[in-house]
Design a binder for this molecule. Structure first.
Ligand SMILES: Nc1nc2c(c(=O)[nH]1)N[C@H]1C(S)=C(S)[C@@H](COP(=O)(O)OP(=O)(O)OC[C@H]3O[C@@H](n4cnc5c(=O)[nH]c(N)nc54)[C@H](O)[C@@H]3O)O[C@H]1N2
Ligand SMILES: Nc1nc2c(c(=O)[nH]1)N[C@H]1C(S)=C(S)[C@@H](COP(=O)(O)OP(=O)(O)OC[C@H]3O[C@@H](n4cnc5c(=O)[nH]c(N)nc54)[C@H](O)[C@@H]3O)O[C@H]1N2
Ligand code: SF4
Ligand SMILES: [Mo]
Length: 679
């Protein structure tokens, strides 16, 4: 793999590694062998040179003095964070000696990997690691913390993660941004919508919080959390009743429209208003906008699916563009996730064949606390990389209680001593993405991009791929799979005969062009990957699995006797918990706030700016009250996964439930209930 590291000075193309739909093209400026500036690549067709503040300040993160320089072992109590330097050799052998012993006495399932997408590079994040843990026979991790409920729900309707090409949304005339904090989490969709607005497009935002995205909208519609499916069904009720549906489209490209027509009669605007809190007149107004303006796009966010009923909610929203025939219109349709277009050859990259016992247990990452505390056949070793579960995982107090176990051997591979790393027995230093070779596939736009190393590894840090290679070697694994280079792995992944959209995209093309677009074509006319090949308004596969076959509204689960619904999403200046350890980003966010309606605040004697205590049976935390009309009565909202080192009480996930959503084993971060009081 040609690398840029031998040039001490220059400007080099790169890609943003963060878990963000935009996956920006970057230009990395280097002087004397060090990165001095990161900016957007103006040639990238979608991101066009604009990047967010987080990555503009990324240089500070790469050379942060807190960054891990060498492997370390724990020398104090778990959770305290005292460590001493060791060599890589000692680190690797300590790990593999312990694992060999554990495998002899408890079997390989006593070892659990825990990872997510701290770095979206496919080779490092779901490539060599998967090969290694498959070969080891470790417990498998069900990676469900982000989009799995909605992905399953959307697929029942549309057959997979296929939606509108964001580049086409320049033509859109009506944007419905539904449960998506786009201004913070998908800024280039906002940039495209702004251009469309100059041609008369309108922006409607449906959210539980009038945040930066709600303030950007032409029309903001507040709803009660977890009631969006009811709102969508109410819109369908009116669309059918007022003949605003596209009968031709329904006839040709959907199944179940007659059943749906009958089914939505029960979701009349008065009933829907009482469920959602949206006034009857507004439900009519929205349905008529949606039924008459074309092209219209629904940007379906992640917020919606972090609920008990999240899968069905997304499945329901995904039916709407079919009613109005929007899939035939350029710039019409919906975007939930677009990863289907860029699906690479996962079998070749991840090598599931290396896993001998096909019945190896699968542990849901949303229930890490239970996995560490409650399994009959315990987990004795946890290997964490690309994730910070002590902050991001639900029911955080139980997670930390599990991490505290003296008989749990924990290894954390990260760039920093995260909250999770404080509980580690061994810490390994990770490279930043700019030190690695990898390929990146966006889940929003349709471009594949390549990252070639721009700088040498920082101090003694190593990439995920290199660490798994060392571990494989020390375990005595002799398969070629562990000797493949990154370049070879990229070639194997790109060779995916099952995905025609990738046809002709080669390693050479990526090296030459830096980003290459999938060969997308409109979904219709065409066959979807649903069993019928059509959009399934009625789904027999759902019926077989025990779900209602037609889109349906189900209320959120009971969650204890607490008066307020608690929604705790990400914020503008952090990326999940990443950057929460950087002073500049913390200053930009100021303090962790709790948005509370004036009536709820007054009833509790809470004034704007007061520190408030928020609690339920799972835990408590303290935030600064922001009193006003940004949320509906009965709802409280926080933003950001703030650092929570000893002495602070900012762990919002101490309050969130670890019960699973209706589909995909998804997380229910936003379906928890709490009470709030002044301090
Ligand atoms: N700046 C920044 N960007 C990010 C991230 C980050 O941490 N910071 N994280 C990245 C990741 S991993 C992801 S998954 C995405 C997430 O980004 P989004 O898809 O935007 O999802 P969330 O921010 O979780 O929630 C979106 C909105 O849903 C609202 N919401 C919550 N519950 C409901 C509900 O029941 N109904 C409705 N209508 N709205 C509801 C929330 O108030 C929030 O405004 O962003 C990515 N981009
Ligand atoms: N309350 C609440 N909780 C949430 C959410 C929410 O909205 N509300 N959102 C959820 C969602 S959608 C998601 S996606 C998850 C995200 O949860 P995580 O994936 O855990 O995301 P981060 O907190 O960014 O942690 C990523 C870690 O990976 C490290 N890292 C980065 N690059 C590399 C690398 O190359 N190698 C290694 N070994 N490490 C690396 C970073 O330094 C960082 O510590 O959080 C979930 N948790
Ligand atoms: S975090 Fe998102 S918006 Fe910011 S540079 Fe990365 S991909 Fe672009
Ligand atoms: Mo996510």
């Amino acid at each position: 793999m040609p690398s840029y590291t031998q040039h001490p000075d220059g400007v080099f193309p790169s890609v943003c590694p963060l878990d963000c739909p935009d996956q920006c093209g970057l230009l990395v400026h280097k002087e004397n062998g060090k990165i001095v500036k990161i900016e957007g690549d103006p040639h990238h067709p979608v991101t066009q040179g604009a990047i967010c503040n987080k990555v503009r300040n990324m240089t500070a993160r790469i050379y942060d003095t807190k960054r891990l320089k060498y492997p370390m072992k724990r020398v104090g109590p778990k959770g305290e964070g005292t460590f001493a330097r060791i060599s890589w050799e000692e680190a690797i052998h300590t790990i593999t000696d312990r694992w060999k012993e554990m495998i002899r006495t408890h079997g390989p399932e006593s070892i659990l990997p825990y990872s997510f997408y701290g770095n979206m590079g496919n080779v490092g994040t779901e490539g060599m690691d998967r090969r290694f843990f498959n070969r080891l026979g470790a417990s498998r991790l069900d990676r469900t913390i982000c989009q799995s409920a909605g992905t399953e729900g959307y697929a029942y309707t549309m057959g997979g993660s296929f939606g509108t090409d964001p580049e086409d949304t320049i033509h859109t005339k009506l944007f419905i941004i539904w449960g998506c904090n786009t201004v913070s989490t998908n800024m280039h969709q906002v940039a495209i919508a702004e251009k469309a607005r100059k041609n008369g497009a309108q922006v409607v935002v449906i959210d539980v919080h009038k945040n930066q995205t709600g303030r950007w909208a032409d029309w903001f519609i507040p709803v009660f959390p977890g009631t969006d499916a009811a709102l969508a069904l109410g819109l369908m009720h009116i669309l059918f009743a007022e003949n605003l549906v596209d009968e031709n489209f329904l006839q040709n490209y959907t199944i179940g429209h007659e059943e749906l027509r009958q089914h939505v009669i029960q979701y009349d605007p008065v009933t829907v208003s009482s469920i959602t809190g949206v006034p009857v007149g507004d439900i009519y107004k929205l349905a008529r906008l949606y039924g008459t303006i074309s092209p219209s796009l629904i940007r379906i966010g992640n917020g919606l699916q972090h609920h008990d009923n999240g899968g069905m909610c997304i499945r329901t929203l995904a039916c709407l563009p079919a009613l109005t025939g929007q899939w035939l219109v350029k710039g019409g349709g919906a975007i939930k996730g677009n990863s289907g277009y860029l699906a690479y050859n996962a079998t070749a990259l991840q090598r599931p064949d290396l896993l001998e016992n096909k019945k190896t247990r699968l542990i849901n990452m949303n229930q890490l606390g239970d996995a560490l505390l409650g399994l009959e056949s315990p987990v004795y070793s946890l290997y964490v990389y690309n994730s910070n579960p002590a902050v991001v995982a639900p029911d955080g107090n139980r997670v930390r209680q599990g991490l505290q176990r003296e008989d749990l051997f924990t290894v954390v591979h990260d760039l920093f001593i995260t909250e999770t790393a404080r509980y580690a027995d061994l810490i390994l230093p990770a490279t930043s993405s700019f030190e690695n070779t990898d390929f990146y596939t966006s889940y929003w736009h349709h471009y594949i991009q390549i990252q070639r190393p721009v700088i040498e590894p920082y101090e003694e840090s190593k990439s995920n791929v290199d660490v798994f290679r060392l571990l494989a070697d020390a375990m005595g694994f002799e398969e070629q799979a562990f000797r493949d280079t990154e370049e070879e792995m990229i070639r194997q992944a790109l060779d995916n005969p099952r995905n025609p959209y990738l046809e002709g995209i080669t390693y050479e093309a990526l090296i030459e062009q830096q980003y290459v677009k999938a060969k997308v074509k409109p979904l219709f006319p065409g066959r979807l990957s649903t069993p019928s090949g059509k959009i399934e308004l009625y789904s027999k596969s759902m019926e077989r699995k025990g779900f209602p076959p037609l889109p349906t509204y189900t209320p959120l689960q009971e969650d204890g006797d607490y008066p307020l619904q608690f929604v705790c999403g990400p914020n503008h200046n952090f990326l999940n918990s990443t950057f929460s350890n950087n002073n500049r980003h913390v200053h930009l966010e100021k303090v962790p706030r709790l948005y509370i309606h004036t009536t709820d605040a007054e009833a509790r004697g809470i004034k704007d700016g007061d520190t408030v205590r928020i609690w339920n049976s799972r835990g408590e935390c303290e935030l600064t009250a922001s009193v006003g009309e940004q949320v509906l009565p009965g709802v409280v909202v926080s933003q950001g996964l703030w650092a929570d080192m000893p002495g602070t009480k900012q762990l919002v996930n101490s309050l969130t439930p670890s019960r699973l959503a209706d589909m995909g084993g998804g997380a229910t971060f936003f379906s928890g209930r709490v009470n709030v009081a002044g301090k």
